[in-house]
Design a binder for this molecule. Structure first.
Ligand code: F6R
Length: 240
């Protein structure tokens, strides 16, 4: 595992965007796995800035997002589909048909598993960007995680609902379920880039780096992946 320590969110975004854009510029048909939440925003901002100033072409890029809230339509401004358009897709020349996000209307795991088939049909994910839950979740794979899971319908735990409530008018509005890529789906990516910022992520980072592989900290499974880079700021690194 490669650990890159940075001072703050801006530096994390700069480094994260460099790693992602390196692939976009140099690979013929890159397939990116993308995340939502607060963490990747600085990375997406830097990607937009460099894409526009250096005229970087995204027409051959395919993306797969990690997750979507169950029951939310793409038009809902709390949906991850909406988030991705606002934070990234609307500002770069990616083709809409090359962007994939699990549908919030999926109602069976059989349907959800088709997302993994779609990823495989594109040759697999070259680089998967991940944030990190305070409880160590990656995607919405909450503890105790099933290390063999494919994309499926998952229940969000109370701490995740509480932490995501900051984006909603009231806590009751936060969906309690999501469609998430599974642990096995994530581990199938050729490279993984995890970014963690702030003190609330320090315990999960300590487990990821120094803990043992254990379903009660889902992120620890990444120790078994051969190509993981983590970008952490000083606060997230404070318990190492
Ligand atoms: C988002 C996702 C989640 C977040 C995590 C951290 O697509 O899958 O695992 O990455 O909950 O969220 P933030 O970045 O808001 O702290």
């Amino acid at each position: 595992m490669k650990i890159l320590k940075v001072k703050n969110e801006i530096e994390a975004g700069k480094l994260g965007s460099e790693i992602i854009l390196d692939l976009v510029i140099n690979k013929d048909k890159p397939v990116l796995g993308l995340a939502t939440g607060s963490t990747p925003i600085s990375t997406y901002n830097q990607i937009i800035e460099r894409t526009n100033s250096e005229k970087i072409d995204w027409t051959n890029v395919t993306t797969f997002n990690l997750d979507e809230y169950k029951g939310l339509k793409p038009t809902d401004d709390q949906s991850y589909d909406f988030f991705m358009r606002k934070q990234l897709f609307d500002h770069i020349n990616i083709k809409k048909e090359n962007t994939n996000i699990p549908s919030g209307s999926i109602s069976t795991n059989e349907e959800a598993n088709k997302y993994d088939e779609l990823i495989a049909a594109k040759g697999g994910i070259d680089l998967q960007l991940l944030g990190l839950g305070t409880n160590g979740h990656v995607g919405f794979n909450e503890p105790p995680a099933d290390f063999n899971s494919l994309t499926s319908i998952v229940n969000l735990v109370e701490s995740t609902i509480e932490s995501n409530a900051r984006f909603f008018a009231k806590k009751e509005d936060v969906p309690t379920q999501a469609i998430s890529m599974g642990m096995k789906s994530i581990m199938s990516a050729k490279k993984i880039l995890l970014i963690a910022l702030g003190e609330s992520k320090a315990d999960a980072i300590a487990q990821l780096v120094n803990g043992k592989v254990d379903p009660s900290w889902p992120c620890t499974l990444l120790q078994n992946h051969k190509d993981v880079t983590i970008i952490i700021d000083e606060k997230a690194a404070s318990k190492l």
